[in-house]
Design a protein around this ligand. Sequence first.
Ligand code: PLP
Length: 376
Amino acid sequence: MKAKDQVLSLKAYKPGKPIEEVKRELGLTTVTKLASNENPFGCAPAVKEAVMDELDRVSIYPDGYAADIRMKLAQHLQVKPEQILFGNGSDEVIEMFCRTYLTPETNTIMATPTFPQYKHNSVIEGAEIIEVPLMENGKHDLEKMLHAIDENTRIIWLCTPNNPTGSYITDEELITFMKKVPDHIIVAVDEAYKEYVVADDYPDTIALQRQYPNLVVTRTFSKAFGLASLRIGYGIAHEDLMKVVDPVREPFNTSRVSQRAAITALEHLEFIESCRRKNREGMVLYEAFCAKYHLYYYPSQANFILIDFKTLQGDEVFDFLLRKGYIVRSGNALGFPTCVRITVGSKEQNEGIIQCLSEWLEEIGIDSDRETTIID
Ligand SMILES: Cc1ncc(COP(=O)(O)O)c(C=O)c1O
Protein backbone atom coordinates (compact mmCIF):
# COMPACT_ATOMS: atom_id res chain seq x y z
CA MET A 1 0.00 0.00 0.00
CA LYS A 2 1.46 3.31 -0.99
CA ALA A 3 -0.05 6.48 0.45
CA LYS A 4 0.65 9.91 -1.02
CA ASP A 5 4.11 11.10 0.11
CA GLN A 6 2.73 14.37 1.39
CA VAL A 7 0.21 12.56 3.61
CA LEU A 8 2.97 10.46 5.14
CA SER A 9 4.67 13.68 6.22
CA LEU A 10 1.62 14.78 8.24
CA LYS A 11 0.95 14.18 11.89
CA ALA A 12 -2.57 13.41 13.12
CA TYR A 13 -4.20 16.20 15.11
CA LYS A 14 -3.29 15.76 18.76
CA PRO A 15 -6.15 16.91 20.94
CA GLY A 16 -5.47 18.17 24.46
CA LYS A 17 -6.16 15.89 27.38
CA PRO A 18 -9.87 15.49 28.13
CA ILE A 19 -11.06 17.35 31.24
CA GLU A 20 -12.01 14.08 32.98
CA GLU A 21 -8.51 12.66 32.52
CA VAL A 22 -6.89 15.84 33.88
CA LYS A 23 -9.18 15.70 36.93
CA ARG A 24 -8.31 12.06 37.59
CA GLU A 25 -4.56 12.45 37.09
CA LEU A 26 -4.18 15.60 39.19
CA GLY A 27 -6.85 14.84 41.77
CA LEU A 28 -8.79 18.01 40.94
CA THR A 29 -12.53 18.46 41.31
CA THR A 30 -12.87 21.38 38.89
CA VAL A 31 -11.00 21.80 35.66
CA THR A 32 -11.63 24.74 33.34
CA LYS A 33 -10.66 24.52 29.68
CA LEU A 34 -9.63 27.83 28.17
CA ALA A 35 -7.59 26.36 25.36
CA SER A 36 -9.73 26.18 22.22
CA ASN A 37 -11.35 29.61 22.05
CA GLU A 38 -14.81 28.21 22.69
CA ASN A 39 -17.56 30.40 24.09
CA PRO A 40 -17.45 30.22 27.92
CA PHE A 41 -21.11 31.28 28.00
CA GLY A 42 -22.29 28.36 25.86
CA CYS A 43 -24.96 29.26 23.31
CA ALA A 44 -28.24 31.18 23.39
CA PRO A 45 -30.77 29.25 25.57
CA ALA A 46 -33.27 29.07 22.69
CA VAL A 47 -30.72 27.11 20.66
CA LYS A 48 -30.82 24.29 23.20
CA GLU A 49 -34.59 24.03 22.88
CA ALA A 50 -34.36 23.99 19.08
CA VAL A 51 -31.72 21.24 19.22
CA MET A 52 -33.90 19.12 21.53
CA ASP A 53 -36.84 19.55 19.19
CA GLU A 54 -34.77 18.58 16.16
CA LEU A 55 -33.67 15.35 17.83
CA ASP A 56 -37.08 13.89 16.91
CA ARG A 57 -35.97 13.88 13.27
CA VAL A 58 -32.41 12.57 13.48
CA SER A 59 -33.29 9.46 11.48
CA ILE A 60 -33.97 11.62 8.42
CA TYR A 61 -31.11 12.99 6.31
CA PRO A 62 -30.64 16.75 6.50
CA ASP A 63 -31.32 19.05 3.58
CA GLY A 64 -27.99 18.89 1.74
CA TYR A 65 -28.57 22.35 0.27
CA ALA A 66 -29.29 23.68 3.76
CA ALA A 67 -32.04 25.84 2.29
CA ASP A 68 -33.56 27.22 5.50
CA ILE A 69 -30.33 28.31 7.16
CA ARG A 70 -29.08 29.47 3.75
CA MET A 71 -32.06 31.83 3.34
CA LYS A 72 -31.79 33.04 6.91
CA LEU A 73 -28.05 33.69 6.69
CA ALA A 74 -28.29 35.29 3.24
CA GLN A 75 -30.83 37.72 4.64
CA HIS A 76 -28.70 38.37 7.71
CA LEU A 77 -25.58 39.05 5.62
CA GLN A 78 -27.42 40.79 2.78
CA VAL A 79 -25.94 38.44 0.16
CA LYS A 80 -27.50 36.10 -2.41
CA PRO A 81 -28.20 32.57 -1.11
CA GLU A 82 -25.95 31.16 -3.88
CA GLN A 83 -23.00 33.06 -2.44
CA ILE A 84 -22.89 30.85 0.64
CA LEU A 85 -21.12 27.50 1.06
CA PHE A 86 -21.76 25.64 4.29
CA GLY A 87 -19.18 23.37 5.84
CA ASN A 88 -18.82 20.92 8.68
CA GLY A 89 -17.19 23.80 10.54
CA SER A 90 -15.28 26.45 8.63
CA ASP A 91 -12.46 23.86 8.69
CA GLU A 92 -14.33 22.05 5.94
CA VAL A 93 -14.80 25.23 3.92
CA ILE A 94 -11.01 25.68 4.01
CA GLU A 95 -10.61 22.06 2.94
CA MET A 96 -13.07 22.44 0.04
CA PHE A 97 -11.23 25.49 -1.32
CA CYS A 98 -7.94 23.59 -1.15
CA ARG A 99 -9.44 20.57 -2.92
CA THR A 100 -10.86 22.79 -5.64
CA TYR A 101 -7.89 25.04 -6.41
CA LEU A 102 -4.66 23.44 -5.25
CA THR A 103 -2.52 20.87 -7.09
CA PRO A 104 1.18 19.95 -6.89
CA GLU A 105 1.86 22.49 -9.66
CA THR A 106 0.45 25.39 -7.62
CA ASN A 107 1.40 27.32 -4.53
CA THR A 108 -0.48 28.97 -1.72
CA ILE A 109 0.63 31.82 0.54
CA MET A 110 -0.09 32.17 4.24
CA ALA A 111 1.30 33.83 7.33
CA THR A 112 3.23 31.94 9.98
CA PRO A 113 2.27 31.37 12.75
CA THR A 114 -1.40 31.28 11.83
CA PHE A 115 -4.33 28.86 11.93
CA PRO A 116 -2.76 25.54 10.88
CA GLN A 117 -5.55 24.16 8.70
CA TYR A 118 -4.60 26.24 5.64
CA LYS A 119 -1.23 24.55 5.58
CA HIS A 120 -2.54 21.11 6.55
CA ASN A 121 -5.07 20.96 3.72
CA SER A 122 -2.68 22.51 1.20
CA VAL A 123 -0.06 19.87 2.02
CA ILE A 124 -2.62 17.12 1.36
CA GLU A 125 -3.21 18.59 -2.12
CA GLY A 126 0.55 18.54 -2.72
CA ALA A 127 0.74 22.31 -3.28
CA GLU A 128 3.84 24.32 -2.46
CA ILE A 129 3.36 26.21 0.81
CA ILE A 130 4.80 29.71 1.04
CA GLU A 131 4.83 30.90 4.63
CA VAL A 132 5.48 34.55 5.38
CA PRO A 133 6.46 35.28 9.01
CA LEU A 134 4.20 37.60 10.97
CA MET A 135 5.63 41.00 11.81
CA GLU A 136 6.92 41.57 15.32
CA ASN A 137 3.57 42.98 16.39
CA GLY A 138 1.80 39.75 15.38
CA LYS A 139 0.26 41.23 12.24
CA HIS A 140 0.40 39.78 8.74
CA ASP A 141 3.27 41.14 6.65
CA LEU A 142 1.07 42.00 3.69
CA GLU A 143 3.90 43.58 1.70
CA LYS A 144 5.98 40.41 1.89
CA MET A 145 2.93 38.29 1.10
CA LEU A 146 2.42 40.36 -2.08
CA HIS A 147 6.07 39.85 -3.03
CA ALA A 148 5.67 36.09 -2.64
CA ILE A 149 3.03 35.90 -5.40
CA ASP A 150 4.09 34.21 -8.63
CA GLU A 151 2.35 32.68 -11.66
CA ASN A 152 1.56 29.48 -9.71
CA THR A 153 -0.15 31.18 -6.77
CA ARG A 154 -3.80 30.16 -6.38
CA ILE A 155 -4.88 31.06 -2.82
CA ILE A 156 -3.63 33.60 -0.27
CA TRP A 157 -4.89 33.04 3.29
CA LEU A 158 -5.44 35.96 5.65
CA CYS A 159 -6.53 35.17 9.18
CA THR A 160 -8.06 38.21 10.87
CA PRO A 161 -8.18 38.31 13.83
CA ASN A 162 -5.21 36.00 13.51
CA ASN A 163 -5.05 32.85 15.56
CA PRO A 164 -2.91 32.80 17.75
CA THR A 165 -1.99 36.51 18.01
CA GLY A 166 -5.46 38.08 17.85
CA SER A 167 -4.16 40.87 15.61
CA TYR A 168 -6.33 42.07 12.76
CA ILE A 169 -6.00 43.58 9.30
CA THR A 170 -7.51 47.06 8.96
CA ASP A 171 -9.89 48.18 6.29
CA GLU A 172 -7.23 50.31 4.65
CA GLU A 173 -4.60 47.55 4.78
CA LEU A 174 -6.96 45.04 3.18
CA ILE A 175 -8.04 47.41 0.40
CA THR A 176 -4.43 48.33 -0.41
CA PHE A 177 -3.62 44.62 -0.52
CA MET A 178 -6.61 43.66 -2.69
CA LYS A 179 -5.75 46.38 -5.21
CA LYS A 180 -2.36 44.73 -5.76
CA VAL A 181 -3.40 41.06 -5.89
CA PRO A 182 -4.07 39.80 -9.44
CA ASP A 183 -7.78 39.06 -9.75
CA HIS A 184 -7.32 35.39 -10.69
CA ILE A 185 -5.86 34.65 -7.24
CA ILE A 186 -8.25 33.86 -4.39
CA VAL A 187 -7.77 35.88 -1.22
CA ALA A 188 -9.41 33.83 1.54
CA VAL A 189 -10.08 35.93 4.62
CA ASP A 190 -10.77 33.81 7.70
CA GLU A 191 -13.05 35.74 10.06
CA ALA A 192 -13.73 32.99 12.60
CA TYR A 193 -13.58 35.54 15.45
CA LYS A 194 -15.36 38.40 13.67
CA GLU A 195 -18.21 38.60 16.16
CA TYR A 196 -15.75 39.52 18.93
CA VAL A 197 -14.13 42.39 17.03
CA VAL A 198 -14.67 45.90 18.42
CA ALA A 199 -12.14 47.83 16.28
CA ASP A 200 -13.81 50.53 14.17
CA ASP A 201 -11.49 49.98 11.23
CA TYR A 202 -12.17 46.25 10.87
CA PRO A 203 -13.11 45.79 7.21
CA ASP A 204 -16.58 45.09 5.89
CA THR A 205 -15.38 42.23 3.71
CA ILE A 206 -18.80 41.41 2.35
CA ALA A 207 -19.15 44.94 0.99
CA LEU A 208 -15.63 44.65 -0.49
CA GLN A 209 -16.59 41.47 -2.32
CA ARG A 210 -18.65 43.58 -4.75
CA GLN A 211 -15.44 45.23 -5.89
CA TYR A 212 -13.19 42.18 -5.54
CA PRO A 213 -14.87 38.97 -6.75
CA ASN A 214 -11.71 37.01 -5.83
CA LEU A 215 -12.28 37.79 -2.13
CA VAL A 216 -13.58 34.81 -0.16
CA VAL A 217 -14.68 35.13 3.46
CA THR A 218 -14.98 32.25 5.93
CA ARG A 219 -16.88 32.45 9.20
CA THR A 220 -18.23 30.05 11.78
CA PHE A 221 -20.94 29.31 14.30
CA SER A 222 -18.31 27.64 16.52
CA LYS A 223 -16.98 30.64 18.40
CA ALA A 224 -19.23 33.52 19.55
CA PHE A 225 -22.39 31.58 18.57
CA GLY A 226 -21.24 28.75 20.83
CA LEU A 227 -21.94 25.82 18.50
CA ALA A 228 -18.42 24.35 18.23
CA SER A 229 -19.47 20.74 18.68
CA LEU A 230 -22.30 20.94 16.15
CA ARG A 231 -19.81 21.74 13.37
CA ILE A 232 -21.24 24.41 11.14
CA GLY A 233 -19.33 27.17 9.42
CA TYR A 234 -19.59 28.87 6.04
CA GLY A 235 -17.86 30.66 3.24
CA ILE A 236 -19.16 33.69 1.36
CA ALA A 237 -17.97 34.45 -2.16
CA HIS A 238 -19.15 35.44 -5.61
CA GLU A 239 -21.81 32.98 -6.82
CA ASP A 240 -19.75 32.01 -9.90
CA LEU A 241 -16.89 30.99 -7.66
CA MET A 242 -19.18 29.05 -5.31
CA LYS A 243 -20.65 27.21 -8.31
CA VAL A 244 -17.15 25.82 -8.94
CA VAL A 245 -16.51 24.77 -5.34
CA ASP A 246 -19.95 23.38 -4.43
CA PRO A 247 -19.57 20.02 -6.29
CA VAL A 248 -16.59 19.23 -4.04
CA ARG A 249 -18.90 19.34 -1.01
CA GLU A 250 -20.11 16.07 0.52
CA PRO A 251 -23.89 15.78 -0.01
CA PHE A 252 -24.94 15.99 3.65
CA ASN A 253 -22.01 17.84 5.17
CA THR A 254 -23.96 19.79 7.77
CA SER A 255 -26.41 18.03 10.06
CA ARG A 256 -30.09 18.67 10.59
CA VAL A 257 -29.33 19.63 14.21
CA SER A 258 -26.54 22.05 13.30
CA GLN A 259 -28.66 23.75 10.63
CA ARG A 260 -31.56 24.21 13.02
CA ALA A 261 -29.24 25.43 15.79
CA ALA A 262 -27.64 27.99 13.46
CA ILE A 263 -31.05 29.32 12.38
CA THR A 264 -32.07 29.78 16.01
CA ALA A 265 -28.70 31.32 16.90
CA LEU A 266 -29.25 33.98 14.21
CA GLU A 267 -32.60 34.81 15.80
CA HIS A 268 -30.87 35.65 19.09
CA LEU A 269 -28.18 38.14 18.22
CA GLU A 270 -28.55 39.81 21.63
CA PHE A 271 -26.62 36.79 22.95
CA ILE A 272 -23.69 37.62 20.65
CA GLU A 273 -23.82 41.24 21.74
CA SER A 274 -23.58 40.27 25.40
CA CYS A 275 -20.74 37.78 24.73
CA ARG A 276 -18.81 40.45 22.83
CA ARG A 277 -19.20 42.86 25.76
CA LYS A 278 -18.22 40.30 28.40
CA ASN A 279 -15.26 39.21 26.28
CA ARG A 280 -13.98 42.78 26.16
CA GLU A 281 -14.38 43.14 29.91
CA GLY A 282 -12.32 39.98 30.35
CA MET A 283 -9.70 41.17 27.87
CA VAL A 284 -9.28 44.38 29.89
CA LEU A 285 -8.55 42.27 32.99
CA TYR A 286 -5.82 40.33 31.18
CA GLU A 287 -4.33 43.52 29.76
CA ALA A 288 -4.20 45.07 33.23
CA PHE A 289 -2.60 41.90 34.58
CA CYS A 290 0.07 42.05 31.84
CA ALA A 291 0.72 45.71 32.57
CA LYS A 292 1.07 45.02 36.29
CA TYR A 293 3.61 42.27 35.80
CA HIS A 294 5.39 43.86 32.85
CA LEU A 295 4.44 41.04 30.53
CA TYR A 296 4.36 41.40 26.78
CA TYR A 297 1.06 40.69 25.04
CA TYR A 298 -0.43 40.97 21.60
CA PRO A 299 -3.45 43.29 21.47
CA SER A 300 -6.30 40.98 20.55
CA GLN A 301 -9.62 41.53 18.83
CA ALA A 302 -10.59 37.91 19.37
CA ASN A 303 -11.64 35.90 22.45
CA PHE A 304 -8.11 34.89 23.37
CA ILE A 305 -4.90 36.61 24.33
CA LEU A 306 -1.32 35.55 23.63
CA ILE A 307 0.87 36.51 26.57
CA ASP A 308 4.65 36.39 26.40
CA PHE A 309 6.29 35.40 29.68
CA LYS A 310 9.75 35.95 28.13
CA THR A 311 11.83 34.45 30.96
CA LEU A 312 9.53 31.42 31.27
CA GLN A 313 8.68 28.74 28.74
CA GLY A 314 5.06 28.46 27.58
CA ASP A 315 5.12 24.80 28.66
CA GLU A 316 6.10 25.79 32.22
CA VAL A 317 3.22 28.25 32.46
CA PHE A 318 0.90 25.66 30.94
CA ASP A 319 1.99 23.01 33.50
CA PHE A 320 1.58 25.42 36.38
CA LEU A 321 -1.94 26.38 35.32
CA LEU A 322 -2.87 22.76 34.65
CA ARG A 323 -2.00 21.85 38.23
CA LYS A 324 -4.30 24.67 39.33
CA GLY A 325 -7.12 23.29 37.19
CA TYR A 326 -6.87 25.54 34.11
CA ILE A 327 -6.15 24.12 30.69
CA VAL A 328 -4.68 26.81 28.42
CA ARG A 329 -2.61 26.48 25.24
CA SER A 330 1.15 26.56 25.47
CA GLY A 331 2.67 28.76 22.79
CA ASN A 332 5.28 26.09 22.23
CA ALA A 333 3.21 24.28 19.63
CA LEU A 334 1.95 27.57 18.19
CA GLY A 335 5.32 29.03 17.21
CA PHE A 336 5.64 31.22 20.33
CA PRO A 337 7.69 29.14 22.79
CA THR A 338 7.64 31.65 25.66
CA CYS A 339 3.93 32.43 25.36
CA VAL A 340 0.63 30.96 26.39
CA ARG A 341 -2.66 31.56 24.62
CA ILE A 342 -5.57 31.92 27.02
CA THR A 343 -9.19 31.93 25.91
CA VAL A 344 -11.03 34.76 27.65
CA GLY A 345 -13.49 33.04 29.94
CA SER A 346 -16.25 34.09 32.32
CA LYS A 347 -15.44 36.80 34.89
CA GLU A 348 -14.91 34.16 37.55
CA GLN A 349 -12.61 32.09 35.32
CA ASN A 350 -10.56 35.11 34.27
CA GLU A 351 -10.19 36.31 37.83
CA GLY A 352 -9.24 32.81 38.97
CA ILE A 353 -6.53 32.37 36.37
CA ILE A 354 -5.16 35.86 36.94
CA GLN A 355 -5.01 35.31 40.69
CA CYS A 356 -3.11 32.03 40.28
CA LEU A 357 -0.66 33.58 37.84
CA SER A 358 -0.16 36.69 39.99
CA GLU A 359 0.63 34.64 43.08
CA TRP A 360 3.03 32.49 41.10
CA LEU A 361 4.84 35.40 39.45
CA GLU A 362 5.26 37.08 42.82
CA GLU A 363 6.53 33.87 44.34
CA ILE A 364 9.16 33.31 41.66
CA GLY A 365 9.99 37.04 41.53
CA ILE A 366 9.34 38.42 38.09
CA ASP A 367 11.66 41.13 36.78
CA SER A 368 9.63 44.22 37.54
CA ASP A 369 12.21 46.67 36.16
CA ARG A 370 11.29 45.68 32.66
CA GLU A 371 9.27 48.15 30.63
CA THR A 372 5.66 47.15 30.04
CA THR A 373 5.36 46.49 26.37
CA ILE A 374 2.28 46.20 24.28
CA ILE A 375 3.51 44.75 21.03
CA ASP A 376 1.70 47.20 18.76
C1 PLP B 1 -8.88 31.13 12.75
C2 PLP B 1 -9.74 29.93 12.76
N1 PLP B 1 -10.37 29.59 11.64
C3 PLP B 1 -11.17 28.52 11.59
C4 PLP B 1 -11.36 27.73 12.70
C5 PLP B 1 -12.21 26.50 12.56
O1 PLP B 1 -13.39 26.60 13.21
P1 PLP B 1 -14.60 25.65 12.90
O2 PLP B 1 -14.13 24.55 11.98
O3 PLP B 1 -15.05 25.15 14.21
O4 PLP B 1 -15.61 26.52 12.20
C6 PLP B 1 -10.73 28.05 13.91
C7 PLP B 1 -10.90 27.22 15.09
O5 PLP B 1 -10.23 27.30 16.07
C8 PLP B 1 -9.89 29.18 13.93
O6 PLP B 1 -9.23 29.54 15.03
